[in-house]
Design a binder for this molecule. Structure first.
Ligand code: UDX
Length: 454
């Protein structure tokens, strides 16, 4: 099929490249000319494992443009995957979505086109996008838009760092549309994923246990709500284990064992029960805020979702409180932070806990040294006002430090020569913010080893 994707961020680019890999003809459009030129040269604008490889492999089916006149008229399916950054009062800022919808409306050829909301958008946006499309089409062409397009919702569940795997081997595909014909078009588009009929690339092997991928075909509003409800549930699962972690600390229980013990109940599940500093990233914070904002428009309170946000905010403060309890005075102390990205395998710094923690430590008079294996370059560019010392190695961040905090559990940190790291520090205090290291080993090599759960 001829497919166009508007927006080449994590969601848009990954979706476009995967659809091209599956055999569709894909045009990726973005207003950022520099980004489009770089993509044309095969350069990927962010860190995502194997994305460059898959672009290379699918190049014959891919084209990049800044121009809607190239992207829209021939497309059978147009995905809107533009940014919906946090706006005022918790609701996302929809200016890019609005511009995209208007742009599509002006360039529709008149042949039936399915326009898909892939960005996470507030419930009801499907209808709103439909009215914008209709208005701009009718203004431009001077004739009725009936039968020229339909709007669908196809929420995205990919995680940064495993975006390609999640797109090719999803747990489910959700399609929201108010007419059967629209759902049929998307069903055909995703058929290779649903039936798993494609030959996997060698670097992205198909999980052995994976059978056919379930399809949820539903109405627009339900699809839109599924996305928010899924992200909020994952966020509250993390906050729940972090709240239990606080109790575990008080009673002397081991939170990792508790998480395993409850997670093996199939009704609960072991994933997203990793206690620690809590969530960051562009989705959980924004989507829980948007869900609360939507609910409040209907006079509804969402106390559970609100509490999950509050627990998450408190975890960051608890890092500083722990260090304060150990060091007594933070003024003039040096604290090393290992990991800046909001999670491993990405260079994304949006809502990254490390930024908050660094800021809080600086406010208390501490000197902060930071290291990240991948995100340093982006950090220097985006966070130049944060007064920290950037370090080329984790050892450098630890040198003469009074405490070290593991903020992001990059696998390479597990492999450090921790004995040497402990020796290089002024006081060997290690706060493992992700429960990623082995307590017995860390204690053996000389650390006072702490976590947020005891
Ligand atoms: C998330 C959703 O998982 C994905 O389905 C959605 O489409 C976008 O938002 P992402 O933000 O890329 O994906 O990362 P994810 O792996 O979900 O992690 C989010 C945050 O939660 C990270 O900061 C991570 O460190 C934290 N986390 C995750 C925990 O603290 N504990 C866990 O057990 C799992």
């Amino acid at each position: 099929m001829n497919v166009s994707i508007l927006g080449t961020g994590y969601v848009g680019l990954t979706t476009g490249v995967c659809l091209a890999f599956l055999g569709h003809k894909v045009t990726c459009a973005d207003a950022d000319a520099e980004k489009i030129a770089a993509l044309g040269r095969g350069e990927v604008p962010f860190y995502e494992p194997h994305l460059a490889d898959l672009i290379e492999e699918s190049r014959h089916n891919l084209c990049f443009t800044t121009d809607y006149a190239t992207a829209i008229p021939n497309a059978q399916v147009v995905f809107i995957a533009v940014g919906t950054p946090p706006g005022a009062g918790g609701a996302p800022d929809l200016q890019y979505l609005q511009a995209a919808a208007r742009g599509i409306g002006q360039h529709l050829s008149g042949n039936f086109t399915v326009v898909v909301n892939k960005s996470t958008v507030p419930i009801g946006s499907g209808n709103w996008v439909g009215s914008l499309l209709r208005e701009s089409y009718e203004q431009k062409k001077g004739r009725k838009a009936d039968g020229t397009f339909a709007v669908a919702s196809n929420p995205e569940f990919l995680r940064e760092g495993t975006a390609l795997h999640d797109s090719l081997y999803p747990d489910r595909v959700v399609i929201g549309a108010d007419e059967a014909q629209t759902a049929e078009v998307l069903y055909s588009l995703y058929r290779p994923v649903l039936d798993q009929t494609f030959q996997p690339p060698p670097y992205l092997p198909r999980p052995e246990e994976l059978g056919a991928v379930p399809l949820i075909s539903t109405d627009l509003a339900s699809a839109e709500l599924i996305k928010y409800a899924a992200n909020a549930f994952l966020a509250l699962k993390i906050s729940y284990i972090n709240e239990v972690g606080q109790l575990a600390e008080k009673v002397g229980a081991d939170i990792a064992q508790v998480a395993k013990g409850i997670g093996l109940d199939a009704r609960i599940g072991t994933r997203f029960l990793q206690a620690g500093i809590g969530w960051g990233g562009s989705c959980f914070g924004k989507d829980t805020a948007a869900m609360i904002a939507t609910a409040s428009e209907y006079g509804l309170d969402m106390p559970i979702v609100k509490a999950a946000r509050e627990v998450n905010r408190r975890q960051r403060e608890r890092v500083v409180e722990k260090l304060l309890a150990e060091l007594r005075i933070l003024k003039g102390r040096t604290v090393g932070l290992l990991g800046l990205a909001f999670k491993p395998q990405t260079d994304d710094l949006r809502e990254a806990p490390a930024l908050d923690i660094a800021q809080k430590l600086i406010e208390r008079g501490a000197r902060v040294k930071v290291h990240d294996p991948v995100a340093m370059e982006r950090f220097r560019k985006e966070q130049s006002s944060l007064e920290v010392v950037c370090c080329a190695t984790p050892e450098e961040a630890a040198q003469d430090a009074d405490a070290l905090v593991l903020v992001t559990e990059w696998p390479q940190y597990r492999e450090l020569d921790w004995e040497n790291v402990a020796r290089a520090m002024r006081t060997a205090i290690l706060l493992d913010g992700r429960q990623a290291l082995d307590r017995a080993r860390m204690t053996r090599v000389g650390f006072r080893y702490l976590t947020l759960a005891g």
